[in-house]
Design a protein around this ligand. Structure first.
Ligand code: G4P
Length: 530
């Protein structure tokens, strides 16, 4: 195998997803510890309310204790080069999660063993299943009282429509947690509550061995044997092919805080998951091993560093090798260019890089030319990767600056934040008013919008929420004036910044009413528009 091939083969790029507080940061930190990327626990996140800056760029994240933006971390472990994509742990950012998942080849779902699939994050987890990529489940906090493991697996299967295969099985939980039984290795991994220990003791054991009674006590032994028999009989067989297609999720029980079960999880995960997957494009599948470079933009983030007022486009390298010395072709912009200051990110820390391989995530300085979904490739190639779908906004608000003198900054900020894909902005046609209608997928994005305008653009805004929930495009070309349309009180005509007209509706029923009363109108769903 050439060095080029082995570099790509050893790459593992995955997204990590969880409900806030399930333990994603703690697990990520333990991964980094194993990889030697950090020297001690606590570097990713400090004590409560003093979350260190590593994956929390924005102040609002610190205030709310939630992760709003996604960050990227790269580290080496056991010969693998691992790229972790962090995702926001709140359902209001499920679109951001979806985009991040587009850049990943697999996903790790962290679930709190006491809580299971929490109502608020169902949407996020579902987004994960939508991509058909391998999904690995880490059921965390087993050192605390947890729910019945069968019930937890059943819930994942029912809620997400994916089968589960428990790779290990817990022996008790909370005060009675003794460890896990590894079904493949047929060994018991003993729990010891040592937050700094890297390795836990193991005992290879045949479940029929009488020694098991000495180790666990009669009742625990009987329970474990019964559980494993039930699992072997009733649960799905392990099928790597189904894992690779996102139909079967290997489940692991552990405790990130006490570093229990983290290393076996990481090892099994790296073994079972895939190296960089091929990606769809206008010219068919593009394999990671192709000898030309290609990548797509999956995220744009402005003002990550307030002092520099910069704008970074995040690229997923899909094929070949990226060489910072060479020019690339920006397909949508129809221009050859040198990517400026290509960098790999260790969250807030950035390192300028010379090269990257398929599977890697790199950030490049964006002078305002890139959009989400854009393709970059070696000159001579002209294909486009499949577009990244956008989610239709479901909440709308009318927004204007409190100080009318700040109109310019206000519009600049709103347009910039909209370009990042965090919000959609519209205006009222024919009125010439200074208002902007903002549409978001989740209401928390309104808070982020308001906060960012204040902090990054120095603009205070007034925001009035509107009662609309649905949006439809008016298919062009339709010559009409607002007064020609028969619209109810619960419908509003708006226009995007390219001049396309849309209608906002407050109920599903009113869409039908407007269609019936305006036979000349052809309405299309938000996502049907590219
Ligand atoms: P998140 O990124 O998913 O939001 O979760 P995070 O890792 O920040 O963990 C949330 C809380 O749960 C933290 O406690 C963390 O220490 C705790 N935790 C994580 N994994 C485990 C585990 O395996 N067992 C137990 N018992 N607790 C765990 P905190 O009090 O909110 O923060 P801190 O003061 O400990 O930093």
């Amino acid at each position: 195998m050439s060095q080029f091939e082995s570099e790509i083969k050893r790459r593992r790029t995955f997204a990590i997803i969880s409900h806030p507080d399930a333990g994603k940061t703690t697990l990520t930190e333990k991964f980094l510890l194993y990889g030697g990327a950090i020297a001690q626990a606590g570097q990713v996140k400090g004590k409560k309310n003093t979350r260190a800056a590593v994956s929390d760029w924005m102040e609002i994240e610190k205030q709310r204790g939630i992760s709003v933006t996604s960050s990227v971390l790269q580290f080496q472990y056991g010969g693998f080069c691992i790229n972790i994509l962090d995702t926001p742990g709140h359902q209001d950012f499920s679109e951001d999660t979806y985009r991040t998942l587009m850049a990943a080849d697999s996903a790790v779902m962290v679930i709190d063993g006491a809580k299971g699939v929490e109502a608020q994050t169902r949407k996020l987890f579902k987004v994960c299943v939508m991509r058909d990529i391998p999904i690995f489940t880490f059921i965390n906090k087993m050192d605390r009282e947890a729910r019945d493991p069968f019930a937890l697996c059943e819930e994942i299967e029912k809620e997400l429509g994916i089968d589960t295969y428990p790779v290990n099985w817990p022996i008790g939980s909370g005060k009675d947690f003794l460890g896990v039984y590894d079904r493949n290795k047929q060994e018991i991994l003993h729990f010891s509550s040592n937050t700094n220990a890297k390795k836990s003791g193991t005992t290879q054991i045949d479940l029929d061995d009488p020694v098991l009674t000495d180790m666990l006590g009669q009742a625990r032994r009987d329970q474990l044997i019964e559980d494993i028999a039930l699992l072997d009989g009733a649960s799905c067989d392990f099928d790597l092919n189904r894992v690779r297609h996102g139909k079967l999720s290997p489940v692991f029980f552990g405790s990130a805080l006490t570093t229990f079960g983290v290393e076996p999880f990481l090892e099994d995960f790296l073994r079972m998951t895939t190296s960089p997957l091929p990606r769809h494009s206008s010219e068919g599948e593009i394999d990671a091993m192709e000898d030309f470079f290609s990548a797509f933009v999956f995220k744009i983030q402005a003002n990550m560093n307030k002092a520099h007022r910069d704008r970074i486009a995040f690229l997923r390298v899909c094929s070949g090798r990226f060489d910072a010395e060479k020019e690339v072709y920006h397909v949508q912009g129809k221009k050859k260019l040198r990517l400026s200051r290509p960098q790999q990110l260790m969250a807030a820390e950035r390192e300028i890089i010379e090269e990257a391989y398929a599977g890697d995530i790199i950030g490049v300085f964006d002078p305002g030319i890139f959009s989400i979904g854009d393709t970059l490739c070696s000159p001579g190639k002209k294909f486009r990767f499949d577009p990244i779908p956008t989610f239709a906004p479901e909440h709308f608000a009318r927004v204007r600056p409190v100080d009318t003198m700040k109109r310019k900054q206000f519009l600049k900020g709103a347009e910039q934040i909209a370009l990042e894909g965090a919000i959609q902005i519209f205006k009222l046609p024919y009125t010439g008013m200074e208002e902007v209608i903002v549409g978001v997928v989740g209401t928390l994005q309104f808070d982020v919008f308001q906060y960012r305008l204040r902090n990054e653009y120095n603009v205070e805004i007034r925001m009035d929420t509107l009662p609309y929930e649905y949006l439809r495009w008016i298919k062009e070309p339709v010559e009409f004036h607002e007064t020609d349309l028969v619209l109810g009180n619960d419908t509003k005509l708006v226009e995007d910044y390219k001049g396309n007209k849309l209608l906002l509706f407050s109920s599903f029923w009113s869409i039908k009413w407007v269609s019936d009363h305006n036979p000349q109108l052809v309405l299309t769903e938000f996502n049907e528009r590219s």
